[in-house]
Design a protein around this ligand. Structure first.
Ligand code: DOR
Ligand code: ZN
Length: 424
């Protein structure tokens, strides 16, 4: 199996490569990089005017299977990933049953095996995500989980979380924490502030995120564990993490396009489509997230791809489920807002979406060196297109970006040297 990708601008964040080159792939690995390469019996991809980059690594995705197949299946979620240029993803454990034991981890791995996407399920921290008893971290690690999390239902009990951190540290696994104090946010639907007041609804305050990040950072310092803060949404949170990193505490974090693009006002325009946990925040928060991406405080861009059915999202704001899909739009949105605006370099955007999350999970992904896995994307960085939810291959149509013009279009997604998505 040979593939020759000719004449693309090869961008590899970690090998500091940004150069027009041919890429030769043999048996699923990068075999050669150079100019004017030729190879008999290779599939040839014409990548002129295109960028060739590592396949994206999305470390925070909800695939919904087992248990919620009406929202998404592993097959449809992985097809959406391929269309968006994502070749490696980490599904969250809030399935039914929850991913809290090796059997469910293996079920997900088996379902994903034929998709071409590297699916590495995160294990739950607590049995049933109930926050009472820790899962068997050793068994979960042996089954292949790259991280532990109770995403969506963060652990409130500090003794349990501290114990989890000691064990996770021993095993070299990060804990991914959705930081919102549950007493402060209840099941409220919007940010606490002018919009919640205007709508007459109780809100989820920014301090609910900041308090838990502060708690986690202090526990990480105390235990030496690696804590990774999920989908950062507030200025306070960015500030705490920036300071913690300066102190040398082992903390990393991620954010999503919705937090550097949208603000709470979106709820007035789009209602439940703009409902997400943590909620869309203020303009100041959005600016702080952008600043965190610029100065390296934020380590990864993820989607938090959270498909829901149209019927569920048609409910009134207080009753509709939280979340938005993202796999098919994240690259284009990130390129549009971060790269084409001149805020971040192309290399930095691609690093945030590939090598950087891979590295913090200890995965050898997101690089284009000789011998590396040939997980690659070929995209036109300039092509404009309009987000159309009816074109999604995900079962989820719940995007707040429908109708938006974006710039940057995936042409090919390649996993282990095989084309798993080709435009058109
Ligand atoms: O908006 C969200 N949706 N946030 C979460 O933490 C969970 C997710 C979901 O599972 O739908
Ligand atoms: Zn979450």
């Amino acid at each position: 199996m040979k593939m020759l990708i000719k004449g693309g601008q090869v961008v590899d964040p970690i090998n500091r490569l940004d150069q027009v080159l041919d890429v030769l792939v043999i048996d699923g690995k990068i075999a050669q990089l150079g100019t004017d390469l030729n190879q008999e019996d290779a599939t040839v991809i014409d990548a002129r005017q295109m960028v060739v980059a590592p396949g994206l690594v999305d470390m925070h995705v909800h695939l919904r299977e087992p248990g919620f197949e009406e929202k998404e299946t592993i097959a449809t979620g992985c097809a959406a990933a391929a269309r968006g240029g994502v070749t490696t993803l980490v599904p969250m454990p809030n399935t039914r049953p929850t991913t809290d034991c090796p059997e469910i981890v293996r079920f997900i791995q088996n379902q994903a095996a034929s998709t071409g996407i590297h699916v590495l399920p995160a294990g739950a921290v607590s049995v049933g995500q109930r926050g009472q008893q820790l899962t068997d971290f050793t068994a979960l690690k042996a089954a292949g989980v790259p991280a532990l999390t109770d995403d969506g239902l963060p652990i409130q009990n500090m003794a349990l979380l501290r114990q989890a951190m000691f064990q996770a540290k021993e095993l070299g696994l990060p804990i991914l924490d959705h930081c919102e104090d549950r007493d402060l946010v209840q099941n409220y639907s919007v940010n606490e502030g002018k919009i919640s007041v205007q709508l007459g609804l109780p809100g989820r305050p920014a301090i609910a995120e900041a308090l838990q990040i502060m708690r986690d950072v202090m526990l990480a310092e105390d235990t030496g564990a690696h804590i990774h803060i999920c989908h950062l949404s507030t200025k306070k949170g960015v500030d705490i993490i920036r300071q913690a990193k300066a102190k040398g505490i082992c903390v990393t974090c991620e954010t999503c396009p919705q937090y550097f693009m949208l603000t709470e006002e979106e709820v007035l325009r789009q209602g439940p489509l703009a409902r997400v946990n943590p909620p869309l925040r203020t303009w100041e928060d959005r600016e702080a997230i952008l600043a965190g991406l610029e100065d390296g405080t934020i380590d990864a861009i993820i989607t938090d791809h959270a498909p829901h059915t149209e019927a569920e999202k048609a409910k009134p704001l207080p009753d509709a489920p939280s979340g938005m899909v993202g796999l098919e739009t994240s690259l284009a949105l990130s390129l549009t807002v971060l790269y084409h605006s001149g805020r971040l370099t192309l290399t930095r955007v691609l690093d945030l979406m590939s090598h950087s999350p891979a590295a913090l999970l200890g995965l050898n992904k997101g690089c284009i060196g000789i011998g590396d896995d040939a997980d690659l994307i070929v995209f036109d960085p300039e092509q404009e297109w309009v987000v159309d939810r009816d074109q999604f291959v995900s079962k989820g149509r719940n995007t707040p970006f429908h109708g938006q013009t974006v710039r940057g279009r995936v042409k090919y997604t390649i996993s282990m040297g095989k084309i798993i998505y080709q435009e058109g």
